[in-house]
Ligand binder design. Sequence first.
Ligand code: OOG
Ligand code: MG
Length: 263
Amino acid sequence: MLKTDTVNQIAYTLFQAERDVYEVKKFVDEYPELTVEVAYDVQDQLIKLKCDQEKTVRIGMKLGLTSKAKQQMMGVHEPSYGVLLQNMELLAAEPISLKPLIHPKIEPEIAFVFAKDLEGPVVTVAEVLQATDYVTPAMEIIDSRYLNFNFTLPDVIADNSSSSKYIMSDKKYSIRDVDLVKMGCIFKQNDEIFGTSTAGSIMGHPARAIAWMANKMLARGQKVRAGDVVLSGALTGSAVMQAGDEFTVSFDGMDELRVTVEG
Ligand code: OOG
Ligand code: MG
């Protein structure tokens, strides 16, 4: 077992790396005791620090590494999750500044917004769908605090699953009006297709990924709550962001979502 001191120290190291915009070495080499469970303890501590120091609050959750495309790209073959904070949300039409970021990438996701808590005792796909208020297109800007974006599963969990910023459309779509298995996704960088996918690339159905996370959270005494935003995890690989870039995501049956990077 890693001592509480070490958990707090790893959390603080990651907090500083993000705040002061530098990379750190991954932790598993130095601390082989950093298991997935302990890594979620580090993440909890990191979130406490960020809420306190950045005067922000939790507004939802994000999934990571839920598609084969992302698992293969990162060489990590199991999903993870992290916490979304209010200060991570970008407003529509706000160009993204790369200055406060280390080596950001962007990826297309589906955002779920919940009308009810996910209570369990075992959260099912049916419960996720019943509790969903609406879904909408989103993009996540991820920014690992690790050297060369290189990590193992416990490392990335400790680092709040590389979360940095996200943007979601202000349109609301009922899950009755979209097909969350077959819905196509086109992700473009500067009008060229970067990747294509379908909603079902997220563990067969994005609600399955959310049920997986909700059950892990219940085991840790936490839950997805009414009002929460939950990001599905990326449907395609992620794109490196450069000054002046424009990215769009379009899903079948939904309006396109667009962001630009400050030039
Ligand atoms: C880990 C976070 C993955 C996603 O959508 O798959 C993630 C990473 O790739 O750095 O956010
Ligand atoms: Mg993501």
